[in-house]
Design a binder for this molecule. Structure first.
Ligand SMILES: [Zn+2]
Length: 191
């Protein structure tokens, strides 16, 4: 984890200033020192951004990705996914059999589990919904909503048109189409 006051942490805190309670959540933001281009958010308000993502993207794209991750939480994607992950996770089962329960896991234990497990498990439909959420998230805060598309383009430039930073993600062109072409589903009010 990048220590408070470090260059990475200072930059992230500047990007998310004023977003501690975005969309009714109670969010805390920290940087993982990890070269992969990734980020995730959890139902308890934990938002983690890899230093590799901060290296790869300008501030507005970083914020777009954060909006995407918050979208997974807000749209209840991660809760359902994480729960099923945890229930089959060896570390979780060990904690449970030691007399604990899920509520007894510390947030760092949960973070460790999530770090390994949850983020690659969203359905492609959830990913597209989180992208649309991010666009609305930016728009409502008078930020450039196009930054979401640009962040996907950054991933595309780095990783090609495949699944981007997570193999379970829809292809990057598919994600961009989803944002550019309104469809009945896009107008369903889910974002
Ligand atoms: Zn996602």
């Amino acid at each position: 984890m990048a220590p408070p006051g470090s260059k990475y942490d200072a930059r992230l805190q500047r990007i998310v200033r004023g977003l501690e309670n975005a969309d009714g959540l109670s969010l805390n933001y920290k940087v993982y020192l990890d070269k992969s281009v990734n980020a995730f958010a959890m139902p308890d308000g934990t938002v983690r951004v890899h230093s590799g993502l901060l290296d790869a993207m300008p501030d507005d794209q970083v914020l777009a990705v954060i909006g995407h991750e918050i979208g997974h939480v807000k749209l209840k994607h991660s809760y359902n996914q994480m729960r099923s992950q945890l229930l089959t996770n060896a570390a979780f089962q060990a904690a449970a059999s030691a007399g604990g329960d899920i509520g007894a896991l510390t947030s760092s234990q949960l973070g460790g589990l999530a770090y390994k497990a949850i983020n690659a498990r969203f359905s492609q439909q959830d990913e597209l919904a989180a992208d649309r959420y991010a666009v609305e998230f930016l728009r409502q805060r008078n930020k450039d909503p196009e930054a979401m598309t640009r962040s996907i383009q950054t991933l595309q430039a780095k990783y090609g048109s495949g699944g981007g930073f997570l193999s379970s993600h829809p292809s990057n062109p598919q994600r961009i189409d989803n944002l550019e072409k309104p469809s009945p589903e896009n107008n369903s009010g889910k974002v």
